[in-house]
Ligand binder design. Structure first.
Ligand code: G1P
Length: 275
């Protein structure tokens, strides 16, 4: 049994790239086929053996809480009909874990959102999933791969993938020493560098395992890129002590924070549903 039981989902952002769709609906609730992005993330966490979902929400995000709850009226209406099976999967999710919520009052960056979640996490290593990075793999999911790796390294882990050099200013970018084909001991990381300043072509995607000392580091992390408190900057402090590993995960990842990535994910999962 892994010691990682809790997964933090920062879900307070505005989703401006999907306006007007996200005016009244949280971006985490946008569906790829029939399932909201956040549910994919929660299912990945459950598969990884986690049972406590800690969601950092904000104003206008109540639909998230309602989604992971019973809808008495709806369930009453369709009880005993063929339509009931449409609820099987979400019922399974709700039964497999608990959900707790806290609100981020001001949007001061991903690092700040993670620090806001401290009250739900406490003092133990935990996972972070950014639901708009939608991941899929035939075998072990990306988070399960990382949880297994944690057993070996017992330090913070970031999932990375190779990106075209011109995209470096969309991601945290890492550098370090390869321990094998897929694992790098991180020595440097930069948030959204211009291509000429990028230390490599390995970009962090929205899957992290963090050790709890990250909270104290975040408390003293100054605003960085974009005037926001960046998790990348806090992780760099751990990396300087050799306590961050980057993992080139197995599987596919879709940037569902962009319209292109969202459409790509929709086509991919639609094709899969036909098989
Ligand atoms: C955040 C992180 C960035 C990371 C990215 C992955 O950026 O700050 O380091 O590479 O998530 O999706 P955002 O996409 O929130 O701007």
């Amino acid at each position: 049994m892994s010691e990682i039981k809790k997964c933090l989902f920062p879900a307070a952002g505005y989703g401006t790239r999907f306006l007007p769709a996200t005016k009244a609906i949280p971006k985490e609730m946008l569906p790829v086929l029939t399932k909201p992005l956040l549910q994919y993330g929660v299912e990945e966490a459950i598969e990884a053996g986690l049972n406590t979902m800690a969601i950092v929400t904000g104003r206008g995000k109540r639909a998230i809480e309602d989604h992971f709850d019973i809808s008495y009226e709806l369930e009453h209406q369709i009880k005993g009909t063929a339509k009931e099976e449409y609820l099987t999967q979400i019922r399974r999710v709700i039964n497999a874990c608990t959900f707790s919520y806290t609100r981020q009052i001001e949007m001061k960056g991903l690092g700040h959102a993670i620090l806001t979640g401290e009250t739900l996490i406490g003092h133990e290593p935990f996972a972070v999933i950014l639901a708009d990075d939608l991941c899929d793999n035939e075998n072990d999911g990306v988070l399960l791969q990382m949880v297994k790796l944690y057993e070996e390294y017992k330090c913070s882990i970031v999932a990375v993938e190779e990106i075209p050099p011109q995209d470096s200013n969309k991601y945290g970018v890492i550098a370090g020493e390869f321990l094998n084909n897929n694992i790098v001991r991180v020595s440097d990381m930069v948030e959204k560098p211009e291509p000429k300043d990028a230390p490599s072509n390995l970009a962090i995607i929205g899957r992290y395992i963090l050790t709890p000392d990250i909270f104290d580091i975040l408390r003293s992390t100054k605003p960085g890129k974009g005037g926001e408190i960046q998790i990348t900057d806090a992780l760099l402090q751990q990396a300087k002590e050799g306590k961050v590993v980057a993992y080139k995960f197995k599987g596919k990842r879709f940037d569902c924070g962009s319209v292109d990535g969202f459409v790509e994910a929709t086509n991919y999962f639609y094709k899969q549903s036909e098989n």
